[in-house]
Design a protein around this ligand. Structure first.
Ligand code: G3P
Ligand code: CA
Length: 253
């Protein structure tokens, strides 16, 4: 007997539009975040770095090379210089002229409309970035709709100390799994979410995080088998590029 194929039911799942809905529009731009909102995601996810003049810039890589028509490290550009770059054409000519945005601009546009998951990239490159993120977020009242994430536990602990009300998500490096129960005690003492690459998960960790009242998100390109496995483990949600319409591919159930 063959298995039946059904679309994944996202009802009750937290859906996060990864770098916006990066399959539909240039990642980490207004268009991409707007698309995430239009697609009905619960959160949009964006990455932040610091410019030469200390502005929080929403971009994934340390350099502008891959996603814009410029060349060089984000930290060597001022905000004015970054604003002159085209962050749309490398995705598609329809997006020519799409601008790089700041974290302030992202929050001004989307706070109150959708949850916002902010990833601090490479914090060791940017001394003081944690204080700058918290200073901006302190202006917002509904901290339930904002989450700060990073692969850097050090940066996240600092964020937690600066404002214990902020929700924290720890991104888990593949090389550090499986995670011991003792380590999970430590992580869930300051983080609400423990987030894994989908290929890098086991049920024991999901169960233990839930026992500690934490939540688990997985991020994934579209691999139906892995999505099916993660959902069966009982993860709380998925961080996705929405790379298959309508949201995720059909999987065997
Ligand atoms: O949200 C998880 C994910 O964003 C981590 O990977 O490289 O897309 O920032 P990356
Ligand atoms: Ca990210």
């Amino acid at each position: 007997m063959g298995q039946s194929i059904k679309r994944v039911d996202l009802e009750g799942m937290i859906t996060v539009a990864h770098r916006g809905a990066a399959n539909f529009a240039p990642e980490n731009t207004m268009s991409s975040f707007q698309k995430g909102l239009d697609l009905g995601a619960d959160f949009i996810e964006g990455d932040v770095h610091l410019s030469k003049d200390g502005e929080l810039i929403v971009i994934h890589d340390e350099s502008v090379d891959r996603t814009t028509n410029g060349k060089g490290l984000v930290k060597n550009f001022t905000l004015d210089e970054l604003k002159k770059l085209d962050a749309g054409t490398s995705f598609h000519s329809d997006f020519e002229g799409e601008a790089i945005i700041t974290l302030n601009e992202l929050l001004e546009e989307f706070y109150g409309k959708i949850g916002i998951l902010i990833e601090i990239k490479n914090p060791s490159l940017y001394p003081g970035i944690e204080e700058k993120v918290v200073e901006i977020l302190d202006q917002y009242n509904d901290l339930q709709s904002i989450v700060v994430q990073s692969f850097s536990e050090h940066a996240l602990k600092k964020i937690h100390e600066l404002n214990p009300k902020l929700q924290i998500a720890v991104l888990i490096e593949t090389s550090t799994t499986p995670i011991s129960s003792k380590k999970l005690n430590d992580l869930t003492s300051f983080a609400t979410y423990i987030n894994f690459n989908i290929s890098n998960l086991n049920k024991r960790m999901v169960d233990e995080i839930h026992q500690r009242e934490g939540k688990v998100l997985v991020w994934s390109k579209t691999d139906p088998k892995l999505i099916q496995k993660a959902f069966r483990y009982g993860v709380d949600g998925i961080i996705t590029d929405f790379s298959s319409w309508p949201y995720l591919p059909p999987v065997y159930v």
